[in-house]
Write a protein that binds this ligand. Structure first.
Ligand code: KG4
Ligand code: ZN
Length: 340
């Protein structure tokens, strides 16, 4: 069968990314231009700066992706782009670029849900993985337990009631003076600390066994820091980082495994930026091996925002015949499974 080449574009937050993906699972190129350095001084992503930077970077990044893949635009079968959720100004840059290219070379345009992309990163790292399976999607904006029924078919069975897991990592990192983005910094510092030093709370929500809440643990850390300051006592930052991380990954892993068991799935795929977290991976390995659940996670560079994952998701839409019109828009609060 003739191979299918997808040019994929991602610009939903602070990474400008383009990739060329062959048959949904083989990455021919994946270029990521990160804006982290620009936003660090503000302690988080500044939407206006992000969209301006995307405009500067989008064309060079796409050109580089095509060059590295050694492919011409005319040889591409379709253009896939993240159309939501995310920052509207950032999304619009990618969507407009994708539309312009698709129109110019007369190729189909495919809008992709960002979270569907994160889940699909697992198809790249694990060529044997096929639905159905359970996915734990943990990023800066999402904490979901999702049943992947088929390619592009999802059912959300657990969600956060307040902060996303990555958001909690970022806020706690800021509170202990680690800076943005906090997840990787807490992950690193926690290795030097004692995860049992401070007992931070694990939230269990009455009647919602697979839902999450991270605002309580975040507040508990802030309270702990205030109390120590008022008492004039030193804070062991590594212990705070390790104990906070332990509280978060404990509840993430326990509920994901419980959901897989309750719904009868023996495969769990981690997805999203927080899936890089070494403690989460270790905790999931531990629980999954004792519960006889097979665990999958993408390599770190495919966990955080990238366009290769959008190419993987876009491929499965393409082979189903799903394409979108020139009226494709950026939808900042697009729900998973909502018709694009
Ligand atoms: O998926 P992603 O790149 O962007 C969103 O779609 O949100 O995720 C970014 C989030 C940030 O909150 C970042 O702090 C977190 O993922 N993150 C981590 C780690 N690496 C990235 N959190 C915990 N441990 C990590 N190693
Ligand atoms: Zn993301």
């Amino acid at each position: 069968m003739k191979p299918v080449y997808i040019l994929a574009i991602e610009s939903s937050c602070d990474e400008t990314a383009a990739a060329v993906v062959k048959n949904g699972r083989e990455v021919l190129s994946s270029i990521i231009s990160s804006q982290i350095d620009l936003h660090t001084i503000y302690g988080g992503v500044v939407p206006e700066i992000a969209s301006r930077k995307h405009i500067e970077k989008i064309n060079p990044v796409i050109t580089e992706a095509l060059q590295q893949a050694d492919i011409r635009l005319e040889e591409i079968d379709a253009v896939a782009v993240t159309c939501g959720p995310g920052l509207v100004g950032s999304l619009l840059v990618g969507v407009s670029a994708a539309k312009a290219i698709a129109y110019a070379v007369k190729k189909p345009l495919i809008g992709v849900h960002h979270i569907e992309g994160h889940v699909s990163a697992n198809y790249i790292s694990h060529p044997e993985l096929e639905p159905p399976f359970m996915s734990l999607v943990v990023s800066g904006g999402h904490s979901h337990i999702v049943v992947v029924k088929d390619y592009g078919e999802y059912e959300i069975i657990g969600r956060t009631h307040d902060d996303a897991a990555g958001e909690a990592f970022d806020k706690v990192a800021r509170a202990i003076g680690l800076g943005y983005p906090g997840g990787p910094k807490i992950d690193k510092l926690a290795r030097e600390g004692n995860r049992f030093a401070i007992a931070f709370p694990r939230a269990h929500i009455e009647g919602c066994p697979y839902d999450y809440s991270f605002s309580g643990v975040k507040s508990a850390v802030l309270n702990y820091l205030n109390q120590q300051e008022m008492k004039g006592e030193d804070v062991n930052k590594a212990d705070v980082a390790a104990s906070f991380q332990e509280a978060v990954v404990d509840v993430l892993a326990t509920k994901a495994a419980a959901a897989a068991n309750a719904f009868g799935y023996d495969k769990i795929a981690l997805a999203g930026g927080v899936a890089c977290n070494t403690a989460l991976r270790a905790k999931m390995e531990e629980i999954c091996s004792s519960e006889r659940i097979k665990l999958y996670y993408p390599e770190p560079i495919l966990c955080t925002d990238n366009a290769a994952m959008i190419g993987a998701a876009g491929y499965y839409e393409y082979i189903k015949g799903v394409t979108h019109g020139w009226d494709l828009n950026a939808v900042p609060n697009l729900k998973l499974g909502e018709k694009i």
